[in-house]
Design a protein around this ligand. Structure first.
Ligand SMILES: [Zn+2]
Length: 357
């Protein structure tokens, strides 16, 4: 938990410095531990950050480092003092957090047994903040405004007063919520006729859940619109995010690829979008790619990372040679057998509750 908040007008500056240092250490230090130490040293020495901002960057890096330790089991295995199971992070014990979530099962309800079961199942599969799906009472939202309408859904913007689960305090056995940073902007996607949600609804929720990775969270949970009783998927709206790009995802479409990104990068992005999750690259393959090709791309300056994706997307008419001629539909692509596939990552492996047909 950062012990300081960034001043709004300094945020972009701090994130830029953070990303630059992170990229630099990824290409120059031999392993994760060395990268961490190098990152912390460079932040300490930075003349572009004040003391609060340095603390913020260090805390953020360590949080992400520990998240990777627990999610990908990168950390040293050790016995948890609380639950006696094996844990991989000094900060997060997946089993302890899971137990906390389980203890809370009786304290909330969507008033729909299948939705409850779905959320519980999600929580038991992915129980590390910030990747925890929740039931969110609608009264936690304010400033709900209509944004747009698609064939099967209506999208709203809103402010989530409590905010998402951001972190975990092991000593207090409590979650830390995003409210610490201030009100959280979210997007609410209401699926038409979802008063009694069926497979389509859960397919859709799973899709958003599955595409979250690293520190990017798309789906926070499910709520219900009191006006019409429809269930809604609660998604993050990143302050820097391109809403149009976002809406493409909301509408089940893929973003266009930039023309000038390296071919290898474009190809792996395409592979990640495969409608069959079993044909997507494994996390090991992605890390291998990031460690080899991507690092070289940045090192050689082949990729002009000064290009703003947001503004570039506005200008691009043609898609990348490797991209599909039009965006592809995401909805309804999760095969029933996904739970039995030979996935390497378990974090996002989800199957539908048995009752849903
Ligand atoms: Zn534990």
């Amino acid at each position: 938990m950062p012990n300081t908040k960034l001043l709004p007008h300094r945020q972009n500056h701090v994130f830029k410095i953070y990303n630059e240092i992170e990229k630099y250490v990824a290409s120059s230090a031999p392993d994760r531990k060395a990268q961490k130490n190098y990152f912390l040293d460079l932040v300490t020495e930075s003349s572009e950050l004040n003391e609060c901002e340095k603390n913020y960057c260090k805390e953020m890096f360590i949080r992400n480092f520990e998240l990777h330790n627990v999610i990908h089991k990168f950390g040293e295995p050790m016995e948890c003092k609380n639950c006696k199971s094996v844990r991989y992070s000094v900060r997060y014990c997946e089993v302890c957090i899971k137990q906390q979530l389980q203890r809370s099962f009786g304290t909330w309800t969507s008033e729909n047994a299948i939705v409850d079961e779905f959320i519980q199942k999600c929580q038991l599969i992915s129980s590390v903040p910030p990747y925890i799906i929740e039931w969110i009472p609608f009264k936690q939202f304010k400033d709900v405004e209509y944004l747009t309408k698609g064939g099967f859904s209506t999208v709203y913007t809103a402010t989530w007063t409590r905010g998402s689960i951001y972190d975990w305090d092991e000593n207090k056995k409590m979650f830390i919520y995003f409210e610490y940073f201030g009100p959280q902007k979210v997007v609410l996607k209401s699926l038409n006729n979802s008063i009694n949600p069926g497979k389509d609804f859960f397919d859709e929720a799973i899709n958003y859940f599955k595409i979250q990775s690293n520190s990017i969270v798309y789906c926070h949970g499910i709520t219900r619109f009191p006006e019409n009783g429809n269930y809604m998927i609660v998604m993050n709206r990143h302050p820097e995010g391109n809403l149009r790009n976002y809406l493409k995802i909301c509408n089940g479409l893929r973003p266009l690829l930039l023309q000038n990104i390296p071919t290898s990068f474009a190809r792996i992005m395409q592979e990640c979008w495969n409608t069959d999750p079993r044909k997507r690259p494994t996390i090991e393959e992605l890390f291998k790619f990031a460690n080899n090709e991507l690092v070289n791309v940045y090192k050689d300056g082949k990729f002009d990372n000064t290009i703003s994706l947001n503004s570039a997307l506005d200008k691009i008419n043609k898609s990348h040679p490797f991209s599909y001629s039009s965006s592809r539909i995401l909805t309804g692509v999760i095969p029933e057998s996904i739970g039995n596939s030979n996935y390497v990552t378990s974090q996002y492996d989800l199957t539908l509750p048995d009752k849903i047909s």
